[in-house]
Design a protein around this ligand. Structure first.
Ligand code: COA
Length: 245
């Protein structure tokens, strides 16, 4: 169940793939066989069967797609982890000029899942973060503390109908940025601050209160996944999304 060879993203492109994590038993077995021993052990630690199955389908398809880009069998890939747990691909493309020459591109990726949907961003040399959030009913118990003071004021002025979507869109923007940094929520969600009146592709207003640093970032809205808010982020100005499926 290897993937056909996939052409690498151009230097200014981020490829985005999505898939359904709820698969039948036969497909699950195929995905399970692609996982490393460590991933299989991790799968064994989930309390709920549904979560175990979704983890296996997430990592399996992740390996399948990465294998397509690297022309490697899914199980032959080596994944490694940054200090705050961000996975990266220790296997990288071969150089067309032999093992002692630099490779022609560098694969970066980031994965997100929400309920039964997974989304994967793949780039060439750009450190990226992706987040998808199933849009659920917004209620007052939801953590508006994710917002910085100015964001909270903007949020309070919204109608109930606007709040639901804007809460999850803003959450996705922030989490995509924190995942691009590789810290996740080791940093607080208000580390990245946005103008909530701007929808779609944007730039943060502040990063840790710094507008100059914020100007280096671009956050692209991911609008192609039904029922989900989504964002892809990178600390780089000129890049665009290519939706692959
Ligand atoms: C990263 C984080 C925001 C993800 O939250 P989540 O609700 O699971 O969100 P998503 O589904 O969008 O992302 C999960 C995926 O992000 C990736 N990921 C994990 N840690 C990451 C990090 N620090 N930075 C970027 N991506 C990360 C993984 O691929 C993970 O999926 P997988 O484990 O199935 O492969 C959250 O786990 C976090 O804040 N982690 C960092 C702090 C931490 O707990 N560190 C302890 C480990 S050292």
């Amino acid at each position: 169940m290897s993937c056909a060879t996939l052409a690498p993203p151009a230097a200014h492109e981020v490829h985005v793939w999505q898939w359904n994590l709820d698969v039948d038993d036969a497909e699950l077995d195929r995905y399970r066989a692609m996982l490393s021993r460590e991933e299989q052990e991790r799968a064994g630690h989930f309390c709920f069967e549904r979560h175990r199955r979704r983890f296996i389908a997430g990592r399996g398809q992740l390996r399948r797609l990465l294998g397509g880009y690297l022309e490697l069998a899914p199980q032959a890939l080596t994944l490694a982890y940054g200090p705050e747990g961000k996975p990266f691909c220790a296997s990288q493309p071969n150089s067309p000029n032999g093992p002692d020459s630099p490779a022609s591109w560098t694969l970066h990726f980031n994965l997100s899942h929400s309920e039964n949907t997974a989304a994967l961003a793949i780039s060439n040399g750009l450190e990226i973060g992706i987040d998808i959030e199933r849009i659920r009913p917004f209620d007052e118990s939801m953590p508006v503390e994710v917002f910085a003071k100015r964001e909270r004021e903007q949020f309070a002025a919204l109608s109930d109908a606007q709040r639901q979507t804007i809460f999850f869109e803003t959450w996705a923007r922030k989490e995509a940025c924190l995942k691009a940094l590789g810290t996740g929520f080791v940093l607080p969600p208000d580390h990245f601050e946005f103008d909530l009146s701007l929808r779609g592709d944007t730039t943060p207003r502040y990063v840790a209160g710094d507008a100059n640093e914020a100007a280096h970032w671009r956050v692209r809205a991911l609008t192609t996944i039904a029922g989900c808010a989504g964002a892809v982020a990178a600390r780089h100005a000129a890049w665009s999304l290519v939706i692959k499926n």
